[in-house]
Write a protein that binds this ligand. Sequence first.
Ligand SMILES: Cc1ncc(COP(=O)(O)O)c(C=O)c1O
Length: 289
Amino acid sequence: MSVYNYLLTQEGFVHKDDLTYPFEERGLQFGDGIYEVIRVYEGKYYLIKEHVDRLFRSAEAVKIKVPFTKDELYNRLDELITKNDIQTDAKVYLQITRGSAPRDHAFPTGTQANLYAYAQDLSRKTEQMKTGVKAVSKADVRWEWCYIKSLNLLPNVMAKQEASEAGCFEAILHKDGEVTECSSSNIYLVKNGDIYTHPPKKNILHGCVRMRIEQFCKEEGISFIEESFQLEDIQYADELFLSSSTAEVMPVIEVDGIKVGDSHPGRITRRMQEKYEMDAGVKGTIFAK
Ligand SMILES: Cc1ncc(COP(=O)(O)O)c(C=O)c1O
């Protein structure tokens, strides 16, 4: 996965070899910042407005002043693509921290936020999307404001590592048995043709792909029920799938070693994958023979 040469900062574009982080960077010392991961297909952003809107909501929630207006940011993000001549499938990582200042928990005064954004090649996870993936369940020990896309990802990192050590793609997080989301994706259970997912409360991230899935359901006449489900419901589910900007719509066929449904990607999941491909305008398809 190669990183493109030019990074965007609040002061303009910098070659990646010339960027240094100040050691008293609040993002590094406190995780005092927010971020977004935006999908790019063949050099074009997907769901950019949703991501920029969420970035500004996160910034407002943690009282960080974004160094650009929304329009300026759209323009700079477009420049990031053209300056790097990106034509492939990629992702853009963008983070904004409260800035660099002598270490003190309270906000520094007169300090400007630091913004960094860079692009990296990222091909679609087509094989996994075809076959489905395995997951493990883990206790959700995160704070209560997970709707803020904050840099504080240690519980997510720990959960994902445990999934990875168990040979799984994701960790499904639960609070006393109630499923919230996954370490880096939202999750959906299908039963009798209806889709159930945790309501968009403060304790989950309101995924941009999740918003599109809600819209796909409207278009298809599928009930999108914002009601949380329990871990124990998974054994009776017809289908289970997760979503994120990098995993798209990903079937989950096994949880904690127990098969979900008939342990193959199900009809509703397949329909959501099809709708996603059409919506994102991807070139290839996972449905090709
Ligand atoms: C905890 C968590 N939930 C859900 C998502 C999915 O969000 P999106 O669809 O905007 O990529 C992510 C994405 O990184 C995430 O980290």
